[in-house]
Design a protein. Sequence first.
Length: 104
Amino acid sequence: MNVDQRDNQLAAEIEAFKNAIGAYASRLAVSPDQVAGQAADAEYFRYALAVQELRQKQQAMEQLENASAGRWKCARRRRLTGACLPRGAAGRLAGNRIPLPSVR
């Protein structure tokens, strides 16, 4: 799940509401418990977004690490064998090789 720009905008609106509701709570007949509940909801929403963003960054880093690991393995195979075949290709190609005569 991706953090959308709209999620960040909603979080900012909820935060602004949380910061402003205290001055209007008595006029709106909102109890202190309701104000505290909304403040807790705003904090939880911010927390959930932060966790989601961290997870996205972690996944992006894992993808980069996997991609660079694949390039490293390919470069190593190329240096050792002269070719860099995709995973599993060597096994598929092995069946198509011309057998060499055995040396005794």
